[in-house]
Ligand binder design. Structure first.
Ligand code: ATP
Ligand code: MG
Length: 876
C-alpha cells in the first residue's frame, strides 16, 4: 500500500466509478434544496432523494459524487474519537434501479484492494444477519478472508427511517489492532476501541416499508454507498486519526501557531485544538453555502459551532479573535477541490469576524456569570432560567452551557429552559400583534366564535349566498349594526379570503335585503375564523341571509401577484442558488414584495435573468393546480415548504406547471398566462443577509410601461427627435452644453482681460505712487481679482483698485505691489473705507483685499476717495 493524498483518493474514486459508467456530479450545497425534512446534507444520498423515491428522473441511472456533509449529531465525538468530524466529505456511488448487490460488492473490493492496494489481511466486512445473498457474494466473488465476514443485527446493518425505502447494508472496515478477531464479540470490542474503523457503507435499498410494518420488495432496488474520505485518507496515509491526515494537519498546525500550544503535548489541549480545526471547516463551508448565524435552524447550527470553537480558544488560553486565521488554513486545504469556497473567502471571513466579535464581547462576562451561577447551585441540576439568561443576554448557545456544565458533572433543567424560550417567543409574537384583529380580546369573541366554522368558498367562487351568524363591534356582540357604523361579522360560509401567508384580505360588498355593507378587509381571527371588517353604508345589518361579493378586479390583481411571487421565488433559486429562501412576503393588489436570504446585492444582470425566467414561464401559459395531501407526500413531491411549523398535517400544494411547487393556502390565477408582464421595480437590502424585491404584474406593469412610455414621448417632443435617436441626441446635447460652457467661460475671461489696456492707459500718479482705478460691469468676484492681478503685473509697481457692478451688487478688489506695501500702503485698510461707501464691508492683507457692497450707484463716489485715502496712508 502506498501513501496517497486525500485529493488523490477523491480523484481515484470518482475515476473508478466513471469507468463503470457513472455520471460524476459535483457536490451539492450543504443546504438541502426543496427538502424541508432535513436541516443540512448529511450523506451522499441526501440530495439525491428525489431520484430514489422516483419523484424526479435522474440524469443517469448511475451517479457518483464526493459530497460535502455536516453531522451535528456527531459533535460530541469530535476531538474525542479518531474518526468523527462535524464536516466531512463522503464519496458515494448510486444506482437508481440499475445495478445491485452482485455488482457493487466485487466493485467495492476491486477499488479497495486493486486501486488503493490496501492490505487484504486488514479488511473486514459485515452484513445484515439475514442477508445470505450479500454474505455469499463476499465469500464467492471476492478473495476476502472468509473468516473476516461477520453478520450483525439491525442496529448496525439495516438502514431505515420510518416508512419508505429501506434495506440491509454491508460495511467495510479496516483493522489496526494486533489481536486475532475470531468472533463477532471480538469484532465489536475492536470497534469500540476505535481499532476497527468502518470506512465504507454499502446500502442495498430493496424494500418499501409500509404503515403496517411490512417489508415489501421493491421492483427496482437501489444502491447507495458512502465512504468517508477522511477515514480512507487515515488508512492510506498510515495514521490513526482523521486529524493526522494531510489536509487536517495543516489546519491543526495553524491552530497551534495561533494559540502557541504544541499539538500532542497535552491530551486535553489536543481535544480543544481538534475541535477548533474541525469547526473551522464546518463554519467555512456553511457560510460558503449561504448560511448566516442566527437563532434558528441552520443559522443556529452555524452559531453554535462558531461560538463553541471560539470558546475552545479560551480554553487554550487565547483571548483574542483568532478564527479567521484558522480559516486561512481551511482555505489552503480545501481551496483546490472547492474553488467556490475560495471565491467567497472575503465574504466568509467578514461573517466570521462579525459573529466572533459579537460573542467575544459577551464571552468573558457570560463566563463570569455562569461560574457564579455554578457556585450558587446546590446539587447537580443547573437552573433552566439561568441557562436561558445566559442564552438571551450573553449569546451562550444552550449546548455550550451544557458542555461547560458537563465538565463539572452538571446538567440543565431543560423543561424550565424551554418554558423560558416559549414565553419569550410568545411575548415577541404578542408584541408583533400577530394573528389578532381588533376587538377580539375586548369583546371576548373567541368563545363565541368557537361555535362557528366558516367554510371558505373563495378558491373557486367570488360570489356566494351565505348566512351572517354574528355581528359585533369593538364592544361586543350586537343585534344590529346601523349605517354608518363599522364592525365585524362572521358567516357560515364566505368567498372572502382572510389575510394569510402574505396575501392581503379581500374587499368587496355584502348585501342584505335591508343593508348595503362594504367589506373593508378580511382577517383571520385567533380561532382561525374568517372575520369580515365592515362598514354599513346604508340600512341595518343583522344576522341572516346575505349576498357576499368579493371585488373581483382587486382579487384578480392580487392573485396575479401571488402566483408571480411563486415564480419569482423559484427563479431566484435558479439564478442565485439554493440558499435563497423566503424571509417574508406581502401580496397586494398593486404590487408584490418578496424578502429572501441572500448575502449581497443582486447585479443588474441577475435581476434581468430572474425577470426573464419569470416572464418565460408566464408566456408558457402553465396550468396552475392544487392538491391536498399530507406533509410527507408534499415533501416527497419536492414542494417548497415555507412556514412549515404553521401547517397542519393536511397541506395544500400549489403547482405552476412543473416549474414551481410550493405549500400555499392562498388564491391564485388559473393559468400563469393571466399574470401578464412581470416587472421588477426594485431590489434592495433590508437587513443583514436579507434582500427585498418589489415587482408588478398585469395592468400594473402595463401602467408602469405607459408611464415610462409617456416620459419618453415627452422627451421626444422636447428634443424633437425619433425614439431611436433619443440617446444619441441627449448625449450629443450634453456634450454641446459642456463645450458651450467652456466657450462662454473663455469669452468672459478674455472680455475681462480686454479691460487691461484701457485701465493701464488711465493710470495716474498720486504722490509717489501710480494708481489704476476703474468701475466695470458684469465681472464676477473671481474674474475681477484675476483682472486686478493682471493689471498690477503690467504696472509692476503701484496700486490697483477695481469695482464691478453685477446686478444690484458691487464687487471690489484692491492689489498693491510689494515695494509699495513696504512704503506703507495697505490694501486691506484701503478697501475697508471704500467698501463702507457702497454699503458693504471687507478687508484683507496689505497686498491684496476683496470686498462687496450693496449700493452700485455709489461706486463712482467710492472710487473717488481712493486718492485721498492713499495720501493719508503714506503720510501716517
Ligand atoms: P459511525 O458509526 O462511525 O459514526 P456511521 O454508521 O454513522 O459511522 P454512515 O452513516 O454509514 O456512518 O456513513 C457512511 C460513511 O461516512 C462512514 O462509513 C464513514 O466513513 C463516514 N462518516 C460517517 N460519519 C462521519 C463523521 N462524523 N466524520 C467523518 N466521517 C464520517
Ligand atoms: Mg455515525
Amino acid at each position: 500500500m502506498q501513501h496517497m493524498s486525500t485529493s488523490d483518493i477523491r480523484k481515484k474514486y470518482l475515476e473508478f466509478f466513471a469507468q463503470k459508467e457513472h455520471l460524476v456530479m459535483e457536490s451539492f450545497p450543504l443546504v438541502p434544496k426543496d427538502d424541508k425534512s432535513l436541516l443540512l446534507i448529511n450523506a451522499g444520498m441526501a440530495p439525491l432523494k428525489p431520484y430514489f423515491t422516483g419523484v424526479k428522473v435522474p440524469p443517469s441511472k448511475r451517479v457518483a459524487t464526493c459530497q460535502k456533509c455536516i453531522r451535528t449529531g456527531d459533535i460530541d465525538n469530535v476531538g474525542i474519537t479518531k474518526r468523527h468530524a462535524t464536516f466531512f466529505e463522503m464519496l458515494g456511488n448510486f444506482s437508481f434501479g440499475d445495478y445491485f448487490k452482485k455488482e457493487i460488492i466485487p466493485w467495492a473490493w476491486e477499488f479497495v484492494t486493486e486501486v488503493l492496494k490496501i492490505d487484504k489481511s486488514k479488511l473486514y466486512a459485515t452484513v445484515y444477519f439475514e442477508d445470505d445473498e450479500a454474505f455469499d457474494l463476499w465469500k464467492d466473488t471476492t478473495d476476502i478472508d472468509p473468516t473476516h465476514i461477520f453478520r450483525l443485527g439491525k442496529e448496525d446493518n439495516f438502514w431505515e427511517i420510518g416508512v419508505g425505502p429501506c434495506g440491509p447494508c454491508s460495511e467495510i472496515h479496516y483493522y489496526r489492532g494486533t489481536e486475532v478477531i475470531a468472533t463477532v464479540e471480538d469484532f465489536v470490542a475492536a470497534s469500540d476501541k476505535d481499532e476497527m474503523t468502518e470506512f465504507w457503507n454499502l446500502v442495498f435499498t430493496q424494500f418499501d416499508k409500509d404503515e403496517e410494518g411490512n417489508y415489501n420488495p421493491l421492483e427496482n432496488p437501489n444502491i447507495d454507498t458512502g465512504m468517508g474520505l477522511e477515514r480512507m485518507a487515515t488508512i492510506m496515509q498510515g495514521v490513526s486519526s482523521i486529524f493526522d491526515i494531510d489536509i487536517l494537519k495543516n489546519i491543526i498546525g495553524k491552530v497551534s501557531a495561533v494559540t502557541g500550544k504544541v499539538y500532542g503535548e497535552d491530551a486535553k489541549n489536543d481535544i480543544s485544538m481538534r475541535i477548533i480545526a474541525d469547526h473551522a471547516k464546518s463554519i467555512s463551508f456553511l457560510i460558503g453555502d449561504g448560511v448566516l448565524p442566527s437563532n434558528e435552524g441552520r443559522g443556529y447550527v452555524l452559531r453554535r459551532l462558531l461560538r463553541r470553537a471560539a470558546r475552545h480558544g479560551r480554553v487554550l488560553g487565547h483571548t483574542d479573535l483568532f478564527l479567521n486565521r484558522v480559516i486561512e488554513a481551511v482555505m489552503e486545504s480545501y481551496g483546490e477541490a472547492y474553488p467556490d469556497l475560495l471565491d467567497r473567502k472575503d465574504y466568509i471571513s467578514k461573517i466570521v469576524d462579525l459573529e466572533e466579535r459579537k460573542f467575544h464581547e459577551t464571552l468573558d462576562s457570560g463566563m463570569e456569570m455562569l461560574l457564579g451561577f455554578i457556585r450558587d447551585t446546590e446539587g447537580s441540576v443547573f437552573s433552566g432560567e439561568n441557562a436561558f439568561k445566559l442564552y438571551d443576554t450573553y449569546g451562550f448557545p444552550l449546548e455550550l452551557t451544557q458542555e461547560i456544565l458537563a465538565e463539572k458533572s452538571m446538567t440543565v433543567d431543560l423543561s424550565a429552559f424551554k418554558k423560558e424560550m416559549n414565553d419569550q417567543r410568545q411575548r415577541a409574537r404578542a408584541a408583533r400583534g400577530e394573528s389578532s384583529y381588533m376587538g377580539s380580546e375586548a369583546a371576548g369573541m373567541d368563545a363565541l366564535e368557537e361555535s362557528v366554522n366558516t367554510v371558505f368558498l373563495g378558491y373557486t367562487a367570488t360570489k356566494a349566498e351565505a348566512e351572517v351568524l354574528h355581528v359585533y363591534t369593538d364592544l361586543g356582540l350586537v343585534e344590529t349594526l346601523e349605517a354608518p357604523a363599522q364592525g365585524f361579522l362572521v358567516a357560515d360560509a364566505t368567498p372572502f379570503y382572510a389575510e394569510m401567508g402574505g396575501q392581503v384580505g379581500d374587499v368587496g360588498m355584502i348585501l342584505q335585503e335591508n343593508a348595503q355593507v362594504k367589506v373593508l378587509d378580511t382577517r383571520k381571527s385567533k380561532n382561525g375564523n374568517i372575520v369580515h371588517v365592515v362598514e354599513v353604508l346604508s340600512g341595518t345589518l343583522t344576522a341572516g341571509t346575505a349576498q357576499f361579493m368579493v371585488d373581483e378586479t382587486v382579487r384578480r390583481s392580487t392573485e396575479r401577484n401571488h402566483t408571480a411571487t411563486h415564480l419569482l421565488h423559484k427563479a431566484l433559486k435558479l439564478v442565485l442558488g439554493s440558499h435563497v429562501n423566503q424571509a417574508g412576503s406581502i401580496v397586494l393588489p398593486d404590487k408584490l414584495r418578496f424578502d429572501f436570504n441572500h448575502f449581497q446585492a443582486m447585479t443588474g444582470e441577475e435581476i434581468r435573468q430572474v425577470e426573464e425566467i419569470v416572464n418565460e414561464e408566464v408566456l408558457k401559459a402553465l396550468p396552475v393546480s392544487t392538491a391536498v395531501m399530507n406533509m410527507a407526500e408534499a415533501k416527497a413531491s419536492g414542494a417548497m415548504a415555507l412556514f412549515d411549523e404553521k401547517y397542519g398535517e393536511e397541506v395544500r400544494v400549489l403547482s405552476v406547471g412543473e416549474f414551481s411547487k410550493e405549500l400555499c393556502g392562498g388564491t391564485h390565477v388559473r393559468n400563469s398566462g393571466e399574470i401578464g408582464l412581470f416587472r421588477i421595480t426594485s431590489e434592495a437590502g433590508i437587513a443583514s443577509g436579507v434582500r427585498r424585491i418589489e415587482a408588478v404584474t398585469g395592468m400594473n406593469s402595463y401602467r408602469l410601461f405607459q408611464e415610462r412610455e409617456g416620459i419618453l414621448t415627452s422627451l421626444q417632443e422636447i428634443l424633437k427627435t425619433g425614439r431611436q435617436e433619443l440617446v444619441a441626441k441627449v448625449s450629443a446635447q450634453q456634450a454641446e452644453v459642456k463645450s458651450l460652457h467652456k466657450e462662454l467661460e473663455d469669452i468672459r475671461k478674455s472680455a475681462s482681460l480686454g479691460h487691461v489696456d484701457t485701465l493701464l492707459a488711465s493710470r495716474e500718479t498720486v504722490g509717489s505712487v501710480t494708481l489704476v482705478k476703474g468701475a466695470l460691469e458684469n465681472i464676477e468676484a473671481g474674474d475681477l481679482r484675476e483682472l486686478t492681478e493682471k493689471v498690477l503685473d503690467k504696472l509692476q509697481s503701484g496700486v490697483v483698485v477695481l469695482g464691478s457692478v453685477v446686478e444690484d451688487k458691487v464687487n471690489l478688489s484692491v492689489m498693491i505691489s510689494k515695494d509699495q506695501v513696504k512704503n506703507g500702503f495697505h490694501a486691506g485698510k484701503l478697501i475697508k473705507e471704500v467698501a463702507k461707501i457702497v454699503g458693504g464691508g471687507g478687508g484683507g492683507r496689505p497686498d491684496m483685499a476683496q470686498a462687496g457692497g450693496k449700493d452700485p450707484a455709489k461706486l463712482p463716489e467710492a472710487l473717488a476717495i481712493v486718492n485721498s485715502l492713499l495720501s493719508d496712508q503714506v503720510n501716517s
